[in-house]
Write a protein that binds this ligand. Sequence first.
Ligand code: ADE
Length: 247
Amino acid sequence: MHLIVIFASEMGKMRIDIITAVPELLTGPFDHSMVKRAIEKGLASIHIHNLRDYATGKHKSVDDYPFSGGGGMVLMVEPIDRAISDLKAQRDYQEIIYTSPDGQAFNQKLANRLSCQENMIILCGHYKGIDQRVRDHLITMEISIGDYVLTGGELAAAIMADAIIRLIPGVLSDEESALTDSFQDNLLAPPIYTRPAEYHGWKVPEILLSGNDRRIEEWKLEQSLERTRQLRPDLLDDQLSRRQIPE
Ligand code: ADE
């Protein structure tokens, strides 16, 4: 993780181009909080492209019936090819990602890796699906945000962009550091408290009020390990638990 941050800081601004048939679904998520701050600081930029702008023909259609019959509409290869080619003619892209429930699982490790890229395209699926030739010839990877089916990839794109952008050095302040997030180092984050030290008889653990930084750090690690053991034991592979369980 530390290495990744160093590499990312040398890359400069990240650019994410999102291609969608329903751009209206993406108005909002990037206008607030940290992503907005990252954009304002010039650390990242997000560009939404309406697939319809790349459609030809009288009706500017972006979808058509499947040759195989059955219900649902399929996003056509031509407007997608035109959109991607147009962007690729302007700059190099390290990844062209298609959002799909069939894709590689999105997780913190993948977010870390993608936060090191300079330019990426996220192509949002919609309707019944996308012409297979897009998947075979135009994209570099497919990503799923979970084992459930959304109406389209737009929300998946927003989630991915949020998780990636907050990892860019300078987006979070030191206090918010991504290094202490859940899932960094495959551990859930420890519990966290603020004032008052007691509320309705519910007390903050005494160790946190002790001022003993070394013991507080040890307590946080123990809590992280215990939480992970209880809630997400799958995250603890043997090697990691052997290395980090305190004596
Ligand atoms: N599109 C529809 N469902 C999706 C999912 N689970 N992840 C990413 N894109 C999707």
